[in-house]
Design a protein. Structure first.
Length: 291
C-alpha cells in the first residue's frame, strides 16, 4: 500500500472548502491509499478560516479554539469523511480538540474509504503545558483496521513514551500513525528519539506527519517521514522517505514482505514478556483490585 504523511506546509486556504480542494489536489497527485495530517491541523485551519483571532499567543488561540471546537468539529468531520470517500482512501485528519463528558481531549479521527469514522484516539501522555491548558488524557490504545493493516494512533507527546508503541505492537500493530507538531529548533536527534525509536523498538511501520506552520507566536517545523525497521529500508537508515521542514508531503510504499523478513531475522518482540505490559493496556484491572 502506498501511503503519505502531510505537513500542511504552504497551505494558504482561507476556509474549510478551499482547504479540502487543496488537499484533494495534493492527494490525487500522490495516489495513496492511506494519508496522515499533522497535529493541530484543526487549530491551524480554524485560525486561517477566520474562526479565531489573527493575533494572540498560542495558549490564547488554543483556549479560544477549545471554546468553539464542538461546532467546528461537526463540519470538519463531515468534510474529511466526504474527501476520504471521494478519493477512496483512509485519512487520519490531523488532530482537533474535543469535549466529552465534561473533559477536553486532544483527539484524532481516522476516516475510511466509505467516508465512515473507523477510528478515534485521544492523546494518552500530556506535557505539563497541555495539562495546564485543560486537557485530559485518553485511557485506551486500540488498533483499527485500514485496508491490509492494523494501525495504531500515536498523538503528539505520546511518541516520547516508549510504552505507547510497545503496547500497540504487542496487540499486532502494523503501522503507527503519528500526527505531530514539533516547535522549530527541536528536530534532529530529539525528533528521532520519538517515532524513529518507536519503530526500531517494535519493528512496525510509522507515518510521521509533522506540522509546518505558525500558530500565534509559535513556529512548528520538523520533517515528516515514512519510517520502517532499519533492516527493511534500502540504506538501513530506517527511513523509506523523509522530507525537510518545508516539504508538503512525503510518500512511500509499505512492503509487508520486507517487514516480515526483518522480524524473522531479528525477532525483537519474541524476547519480551508480554504479560508484563498487561497492566498498562488493561488499565481497568488495577482499579478493580483497588491498587
Amino acid at each position: 500500500m502506498r501511503v503519505a504523511a502531510l505537513s500542511l506546509a504552504g497551505s494558504r486556504a482561507q476556509g474549510l472548502t478551499e482547504f479540502m480542494e487543496e488537499l484533494e489536489k495534493l492527494l490525487r497527485g500522490l495516489d495513496v491509499r492511506l494519508a496522515v495530517l499533522p497535529a493541530y491541523a484543526g487549530l491551524l485551519l480554524a485560525r486561517q478560516a477566520g474562526l479565531l483571532p489573527q493575533q494572540g499567543s498560542f495558549r490564547a488561540l488554543f483556549s479560544a479554539f477549545a471554546a468553539q471546537s464542538t461546532r467546528w468539529n461537526r463540519e470538519y468531520r463531515t468534510l474529511c469523511g466526504a474527501l476520504a470517500a471521494k478519493l477512496g482512501l483512509y485519512l487520519l485528519a490531523g488532530t482537533t480538540l474535543e469535549h466529552d463528558q465534561g473533559r477536553l481531549y486532544h483527539t484524532a479521527y481516522l476516516f475510511g474509504p466509505q467516508g465512515e469514522i473507523c477510528g478515534k484516539q485521544c492523546q494518552t501522555h500530556l506535557t505539563r503545558e497541555e495539562r495546564e491548558l485543560g486537557l485530559s488524557r485518553g485511557m485506551e490504545l486500540p488498533l483499527f483496521p485500514a485496508g491490509p493493516f492494523q494501525v495504531g494512533i500515536v498523538i503528539g507527546n505520546d511518541s516520547r513514551h516508549p510504552e505507547t508503541g510497545r503496547i500497540l505492537a504487542l496487540q499486532g500493530a502494523d503501522v503507527l500513525l503519528h500526527p505531530g507538531a514539533m516547535e522549530e529548533g527541536f528536530a534532529g536527534p530529539s525528533q528521532e528519539a520519538g517515532m524513529w525509536a518507536q519503530v526500531q523498538q517494535n519493528q512496525c511501520w510509522a507515518m510521521e506527519a509533522q506540522l509546518c506552520g505558525t500558530i500565534g507566536e509559535r513556529s512548528f517545523a520538523a520533517a515528516s517521514a515514512i519510517i520502517g525497521p532499519c533492516e527493511a529500508t534500502a540504506d538501513l537508515s530506517g527511513y523509506l522517505a523523509r522530507g525537510s521542514a518545508g516539504t508538503a508531503a512525503v510518500s512511500a510504499f509499505l512492503d509487508q514482505a520486507k517487514r516480515r523478513q526483518a522480524k524473522e531475522n531479528f525477532p525483537v518482540l519474541r524476547q519480551l514478556n508480554p504479560e508484563a505490559y498487561g497492566v498498562l493496556y488493561r488499565h481497568q484491572e488495577p482499579e478493580k483490585e483497588g491498587r
